[in-house]
Unconditional design. Structure first.
Length: 334
């Protein structure tokens, strides 16, 4: 097995210098760094994670803290973080905060202590819980967050403009001629649901329109089915429904099919997230695309930079866009 001593001998440098290169120390000049990295690649040297930890006092583990049941969101989140982490020699530990946890702040702190992570990525809805960022700061655990609204206390926050994206949904439906427009919102206590509703309602108001129907779901499929039944079994039912995520939009399509309501001929449906589910449905779902994997990778990179003492205060943001599918069409006349 190739050792760090073999690398040092081949490169003509000290073991300490090789260690500094492997740990991305700024104390190594560019020429020496390139020389060592060339030898590392040639010898296919893989440093021991335990040895790296002993040398640096770090675990080379990142934590992901979440409370999201939606695998369509969690999968790209984890892939994005793992991609960024692997490129820098870190691995990922995932911790779901227990639903209805009596003390979510204590739960997060217990995870950070027990797992010995070098830092954590906190995602909604946990990132918005009061006291989480402050508690992590008190125990010197670097933390970054994803959010739909500005947050304080984190080392970095990537805020996605979900309010603006919801405006684009309203504008699109109005441009298609829809006037009886419904919202299937997420849970009222979720900042993301409030942002999406606020943007959608504000854009309708700009067209001198208001919601004609509204129902609340919990971002889950069953709640979407129940809400869609309420929205579609009424007189003068809506001609368009904006569901606050793709899972509930799929529920709307299912209920519409069960009631023999043609989509998009008699009903247009829009979702939110741009998940793989949108392409699996028939018709394909019009949805707001969130580049979740790219967002997760960007915030994980910023976390690693902070762990390694690299200062970067450049604001982070994500571009959300409306992806047009077959689930939307113009209002049928006559």
């Amino acid at each position: 097995m190739t050792t760090i001593a073999d690398v040092a001998a081949r490169a003509g440098v000290s073991i300490r210098t090789v260690s500094r290169v492997l740990n991305r120390s700024p104390l190594v000049n560019a020429a020496t760094r390139e020389q060592v990295e060339t030898v590392v690649a040639a010898l296919q040297f893989r440093p021991s994670a335990r040895a790296r930890g002993l040398a640096t006092g770090r675990s080379f583990l990142l934590g992901l803290v979440h409370n999201d049941r939606n695998a369509l969101v969690l999968d790209p989140l984890q892939r994005g973080i793992v991609g960024a982490a692997a490129a820098r020699g870190y691995e990922l530990v995932v911790h779901p905060v227990a639903p209805g946890s009596g003390d979510p702040v204590a739960d997060v702190l217990d995870f950070a202590s027990r797992s010995r992570v070098d830092g954590v990525v906190v995602v909604p809805p946990v990132s918005g819980i009061a006291g989480v960022s402050e508690a992590l700061a008190r125990v010197d655990v670097p933390a970054v967050a994803l959010s739909s609204v500005a947050l304080s206390g984190y080392g970095a926050v990537l805020v996605s403009d979900e309010r603006g994206a919801a405006r684009s949904v309203a504008d699109h439906l109005v441009a298609l001629g829809h006037r009886r427009i419904a919202l299937l919102s997420g849970p009222v206590d979720a900042p993301s649901a409030r942002e999406r509703r606020a943007g959608f309602v504000a854009a309708l108001a700009g067209h001198d329109l208001t919601l004609t129907h509204e129902a609340e779901g919990d971002y889950g499929f069953d709640s979407g089915v129940a809400a869609a039944i309420r929205l579609l079994r009424v007189e003068n039912r809506p001609t368009a429904i904006f569901a606050a995520n793709d899972v509930m939009a799929a529920a709307v399509l299912k209920v519409a099919a069960s009631l023999s309501i043609d989509v998009p001929g008699a009903l247009s449906v829009v979702g939110f997230d741009g998940s793989i589910l949108a392409r699996m449905l028939t018709p394909a779902l019009t949805t707001v695309h969130r580049p979740i994997a790219a967002m997760a990778g960007a915030i994980a990179t910023r976390l690693i930079d902070r762990i390694e003492g690299v200062a970067d205060d450049t604001p982070l943001s994500a571009t959300l866009s409306l992806s047009i599918g077959g689930s939307c069409g113009p209002v049928r006349r006559g």
